[in-house]
Design a protein around this ligand. Structure first.
Ligand SMILES: [Zn+2]
Length: 359
């Protein structure tokens, strides 16, 4: 017989000790699997011993069988015990690594009211404090209120000028209001004279979204109709508004312009609040806010056209009025150096938060 006898008691005992030590030393489940093949697999000492039993004379089989069975059982038990232990360690590790602490607060900033809401209310407050009323109207408006009553003729090019969004079906007579002026018309029709209303709200034009245009934007308009109203009242009111929104000491300027609903009509400029006009023509430090013009275009204004008063049932021989309007995004863009109107419509709370205390 060549080689060691697989059934030799010392050999079996050594195999058993080796298996127990190897299983105990396995540090991971894959390592344990390799160790198992070595000590319990087809070519392991136990397997060799089992096969050798078949060649023994009958009387010796039982005793050898017992010894081999004991070895197999103790090795198998050691393997199972180590496997349970390694699985427990693995599960603990996975739980620790994948744990979610549901008590940790998320890092999410507070919300804030939208700056357009805040500025609308601030402007409205300025006028309400002077005894004016806040007026609102529908955003889907009849053409008569949006155009006809405001002295836009049926084929008036100004209808096209304002890039109107018409509401389907064609001929419905409905538009998305292109300005807040129809609220002025409704106010004159609904209220007793004199009328003093401030009208903030969303308006719509068929403009593509870019840094300075948006198909939806916010306006505020004001209207005053009474006996003896002149452009001097308009100037005084605009100066008061400029101070309330931009601070003390800024001048306003009006330049002739054309609108169908006012006569005379004027463009409203505001002294640049950044350089206070110092950059204009002085060759001094250039001003980014006003492009060194010294003034910024803020809105439009004028005396209410007599045809508008007539359309609203008001006698232009007895009453006169002034009206003005400006974009609120533009106002905030000047005030805070905001470079793109898109910031107002992208819903990024960081933008809203950055203007929270200032709008
Ligand atoms: Zn400037």
């Amino acid at each position: 017989m060549s080689g060691p006898d697989p059934l030799d008691p010392a050999t079996l005992e050594q195999a058993g000790t080796g298996a127990l030590a190897a299983f105990a030393a396995a540090r991971s489940l894959p390592e344990l699997a390799v160790t198992r093949t070595e000590h319990l697999g087809d070519r392991s000492p136990v397997a060799l011993a089992r096969r050798a039993i078949a060649g023994l004379p009958g009387p010796q089989k039982a005793e050898a069988g017992k010894r081999v069975h004991a070895l197999a059982q103790s090795s198998q038990a050691a393997y199972e015990a180590r496997k349970v232990e390694l699985e427990r360690q693995r599960d603990e590790r996975v739980l620790a690594e994948e744990a979610v602490d549901v008590t940790v607060l998320p890092e999410r900033p507070d919300g804030a009211r939208h700056p357009l809401t805040t500025i609308s209310e601030r402007v409205a407050d300025v006028f309400v404090a002077m005894g004016w009323e806040l007026a609102e109207g529908p955003e889907v408006e009849h053409e008569w209120f949006n155009f006809d009553a405001l002295n836009f003729g049926g084929d008036h090019p100004a209808r096209e000028m304002q890039d109107t969004l018409f509401v389907e079906p064609a001929g419905s007579g409905l538009v998305l209001r292109t300005h807040t002026s129809p609220v002025q018309v409704r106010s004159m029709l609904d209220r007793e004279l004199p009328v003093h209303v401030v009208c903030p709200g969303r308006v719509y034009r068929a403009d593509a979204l870019d840094a300075t245009h948006s198909p939806v934007f916010a306006q505020v308009e004001g209207l005053c109709v009474d006996e003896g109203i002149t452009m001097a009242h308009l100037r005084g009111t605009l100066d008061h508004l400029a101070t309330a929104v931009f601070g003390e000491g800024l001048r306003t300027r009006i330049r002739p312009n054309y609108f169908p609903f006012t006569e005379p009509s004027a463009e409203l400029d505001l002294q640049c609040f950044a350089c206070r006009g110092a950059s204009a023509g002085s060759g001094a430090e250039p001003c980014r806010v006003c492009a060194s013009e010294g003034w910024i275009e803020w809105g439009g204004c004028g005396m209410v056209h007599p045809a508008v008063l007539v359309a609203c049932g008001i006698d232009p021989e007895r009453y006169s009025g002034f009206a003005f309007g400006m974009g609120l995004e533009r106002t905030l863009m000047f005030r805070h150096g905001i470079e793109s109107i898109r910031d107002f419509y992208e819903g990024d709370s960081r933008f809203t938060l950055s203007l929270r205390s200032e709008a």
